[in-house]
Write a protein that binds this ligand. Structure first.
Ligand code: PMP
Length: 431
C-alpha cells in the first residue's frame, strides 16, 4: 500500500492533504528547498503554512535544539524553572510593543487563542466575543466558535456568544469596491451597528487577524484595527491580535501585523513561525489582563526546553539578520512582478512583505474561480514550486515563503508563477 493509501486508511476523512492522489511526502530540506519522496526538489513558497519561517536545516536553530537535547533533559515540567523559557519570554515581552507585558507559552496557535479568549472573558466577566467573517483562529471548541469560515468551523455548539463583523474584502460582500477611507468608515459603522443592535450587554473582546491567513490573505486598509479600537475603548472592550501568521517581521514594513494600524492590542497571540517547526505558541499581553485568571493555569509542554531553545534561536536569527527588512525587499519583487501581470483571471494581488495572496476570478467579473486556482496550484507544483491555496471560496493562491528567501529564489518562483498563471489565463479565454 502506498503511504497515501495508508494515510487514508488510518486518518480521519476530514484531514486535508494537498495534491490529491499525487500527495507529496517531504523527506528532506535545505534553505528554501524541500525534496519529496518522488525524488523531486521544490522551491518552497509556503513554508508548511508559514511555519518554517527561517528555512530548512538552519545551523543556528538545529545546533540550539541539539545542545538542549544533549543535556539529557528534553523536558521535565514547567513546574521547575526553565532558563530557555524565561529568556524567550523576556525577548518576546521586549519586542511585543506592549508595556508591562507578560507571556504565557502554549504548544499551538489554537491553544494560544483559546488562552487569550479565556483571559479576556475572565477579566471582562463576559463570554461575548466579536469576530470577523472569513477568520481562522484554530480547531479547539472556543477558537472554532470565532472562526468565520464554514469549511473549518464544524460546530455551532459554541461555549462563547459570538457576533460577527464584515471582513474588509474589496472584491465582494458589504465592503466591495470601497476605497480605503470609505472602507474604514463602513467598518466602523458595521462595528457600531453590531454593538448597538446585536449584542446584549458587555462584550469581552474583539479577536482579529491583521491579515486573514486561511481566509486567503484578505486585509483591510492601514488603520482598520485602530479605527475599531477607538470604538471598542468606549466600552472597555479588549483587542486580541492573532499574529499566528503575521508576526515576527513577516509583513515587511512592520514586525507585527497590528503595527500597520496605529494600535497596541491588549493581547497578541503567536505560534507557527516562532518555533520554525517545533511546537511553540503563546500569548503576550498586558499584565492586568494576563494576571486576571482566578485559578492556576498550566501547560505541561508549553514553552518546554527544546521548543523554547528553538524559539530563542529563531527570534535571534530574525533580529540579527534583519529578516523583516528582507521580507520587505524580496516581497516587493514578488508583489511588483505579480501586479504587473496582464491576466484577466487575476482579480486581485494583495498582501504585505512575504505574505501575498492572488485571487482568481472569472474574466471580467468578481465571481470566484476555484477551478482556475487549482490549475495554477498544480502547474506551480509541476514547475517545482510549492504554494498554498485558500480563501472562503477556494480561489486564492497563498504565498508565504521562509523569510530568508533570496532575490534570486524570488525571481525563480515568480517565473514559475507567471508561467502557471499565463497558461491558465489562456485557457480561460479559449473556453
Ligand atoms: N490562528 C491563525 C491565524 C492560524 O493561521 C492558525 C493555523 N492555521 C491558528 C490560529 C491555529 O494554529 P495551530 O494550527 O497551531 O493550532
Amino acid at each position: 500500500m502506498s503511504l497515501l493509501d495508508r494515510h487514508r486508511a488510518v486518518m480521519p476523512g476530514w484531514m486535508p492533504v494537498y495534491y490529491g492522489d499525487d500527495a507529496i511526502e517531504i523527506v528532506s530540506g535545505s534553505g528554501r528547498h524541500v525534496t519529496g519522496a518522488d525524488g523531486r526538489t521544490y522551491l518552497d513558497f509556503f513554508g508548511g503554512v508559514l511555519t518554517t519561517m527561517i528555512g530548512y536545516d538552519i545551523a543556528e536553530i538545529s545546533d540550539a535544539v541539539r545542545r538542549q537535547i544533549g543535556t539529557g533533559v528534553a523536558h521535565t515540567s514547567t513546574l521547575y524553572l526553565i532558563r530557555q523559557q524565561v529568556e524567550l519570554a523576556e525577548k518576546i515581552a521586549r519586542v511585543s510593543g506592549i508595556p508591562d507585558a507578560r507571556v504565557f507559552f502554549t504548544n499551538s496557535g489554537s491553544e494560544a487563542n483559546e488562552s487569550a479568549l479565556l483571559f479576556a472573558a475572565n477579566v471582562r466577566r463576559s463570554n461575548q466575543i466579536l469576530a470577523i467573517k472569513n477568520s481562522y483562529h484554530g480547531r479547539t471548541f472556543a477558537t472554532m466558535a470565532v472562526t468565520g469560515h464554514r469549511s473549518w468551523s464544524s460546530s455551532s455548539l459554541s461555549p462563547l456568544t459570538v457576533n460577527w463583523l464584515s471582513s474588509a474584502d474589496r472584491l465582494r460582500g458589504r465592503m466591495a469596491g470601497l476605497g480605503a477611507e470609505d472602507l474604514l468608515d463602513a467598518a466602523v459603522d458595521d462595528l457600531r451597528e453590531v454593538l448597538a443592535t446585536v449584542t446584549a450587554g458587555d462584550v469581552a473582546a474583539l479577536i482579529a487577524e491583521p491579515i486573514q491567513g486561511v481566509g486567503g490573505f484578505v486585509h483591510g486598509p492601514d488603520g482598520l484595527l485602530g479605527a475599531y479600537q477607538k470604538v471598542l475603548a468606549e466600552s472597555g472592550i479588549l483587542l486580541i491580535a492573532d499574529e499566528v501568521q503575521t508576526g515576527w517581521g513577516r509583513t515587511g514594513e512592520h514586525f507585527w501585523g497590528y503595527q500597520a494600524h496605529g494600535v497596541t492590542p491588549d493581547l497578541i497571540t503567536f505560534a507557527k513561525g516562532i518555533g520554525n517547526g517545533f511546537a511553540l505558541g503563546g500569548v503576550v499581553g498586558r499584565a492586568e489582563v494576563m494576571n486576571a485568571v482566578p485559578a492556576i493555569s498550566f501547560s505541561t509542554f508549553g514553552g518546554n526546553p527544546v521548543s523554547a531553545a528553538a524559539g530563542n534561536a529563531v527570534l535571534d536569527y530574525v533580529l540579527d539578520h534583519d529578516l523583516q527588512g528582507n521580507a520587505q525587499r524580496v516581497g516587493s519583487i514578488l508583489l511588483g512582478g505579480l501586479r504587473s501581470l496582464d491576466a484577466a483571471i487575476v482579480g486581485e494581488v494583495r498582501g504585505r512583505g512575504l505574505m501575498i495572496g492572488i485571487e482568481f476570478v472569472r474574466p471580467g467579473t468578481t465571481e470566484p474561480d476555484p477551478a482556475a486556482t487549482l490549475r495554477v496550484f498544480d502547474r506551480c507544483r509541476e514547475g517545482g514550486l510549492l504554494v498554498g491555496k485558500g480563501g472562503l471560496h477556494g480561489n486564492v493562491i497563498r504565498i508565504g515563503p521562509p523569510l530568508t528567501l533570496t532575490e534570486e529564489e524570488a525571481r525563480t518562483g515568480l517565473s514559475v508563477l507567471t508561467d502557471a498563471i499565463t497558461a491558465t489565463d489562456a485557457e480561460a479565454h479559449i473556453s
